[in-house]
Design a binder for this molecule. Structure first.
Ligand code: ATP
Ligand code: MG
Length: 218
């Protein structure tokens, strides 16, 4: 354990980091380097009592659950897929917005396929959310777990369709797919270790208030 008695915030590189920057800026918190170029995984800020750690998007809840980070910024998709035991979702940050959708090849008659009641196969990284969605609809779906590039699955015959996050829809279009069903709206949340929040709220509250101001200003 490194000796650091300030507040640690876990972020993932890419859109979460980029979209969190303006919120931090409102609070007067400015990172000392850009993780995209510096390759540093622990990033100091202009505030000696606030540091950032850079982890995979799906690892953010793990760091916070175990108290290795006090706070994290995690997509609602990650929290729903992994569960959020030991965590509190304090704020909807309104960033990294997208939708979890079912998509199929352009021209594939999804509604007719459902009516026929045949088994469909869907490739996804979001097995738990997909499973509960199709169960609610009473559909029999074979799920195929993938870790990325879901769009390729219907193009190669691996699956009939995919369950994936969509924002602009450009990636779907580029791969001749179309979204046919909304499963859920997604945005990033500020999460905190539940035990730390109960016991050390006075230490943690200022950063939450800072984020609240940032969200309001956006
Ligand atoms: P990893 O790269 O570690 O496998 P990832 O691909 O989910 O994970 P990112 O692409 O950085 O990581 O996505 C981080 C978060 O941003 C996701 O958990 C989700 O909440 C949100 N997100 C993912 N895709 C989109 C998208 N197309 N548009 C907007 N937000 C998105
Ligand atoms: Mg990604």
């Amino acid at each position: 354990m490194m000796a650091f008695d300030g507040v640690t915030l876990a972020l993932s590189k890419g859109r979460i980091f980029q979209d969190t920057l303006p919120l931090l800026k409102v609070a007067g918190i400015v990172p000392q380097t850009d993780p995209e170029t510096s390759r540093q995984l622990i990033i100091g800020t202009n505030r000696p009592d606030v540091r950032l750690i850079i982890v995979r998007a799906s690892d953010v809840p793990t760091y916070v659950k175990h108290g290795a980070a006090d706070f994290g910024v995690a997509g609602r998709d990650v929290l729903l897929e992994q569960g959020s035991e030991g965590l509190y979702q304090l704020l909807d940050l309104g960033i990294a917005k997208c939708r979890l959708m079912v998509a199929v090849p352009q021209g594939f008659d999804y509604a007719a396929a459902i009516r026929r009641g045949g088994r469909l196969s869907m490739a996804t990284k979001y097995e738990n959310m997909a499973r509960s969605h199709f169960a609610k609809k009473g559909m029999h779906v074979d799920l195929i777990k993938l870790y990325g590039s879901m769009e390729l699955a219907p193009l190669t015959g691996l699956a009939d369709g995919i369950v994936d996050l969509v924002s602009s829809g450009n990636t779907l279009k580029a791969n001749h797919l179309e979204a046919v069903e909304l499963i859920d709206h997604i945005s990033a949340r500020l999460i905190v270790n539940a035990a730390a929040w109960k016991l050390g709220r006075t230490r943690l509250e200022p950063l939450v208030e800072a984020f609240r101001q940032g969200v309001k200003a956006e």
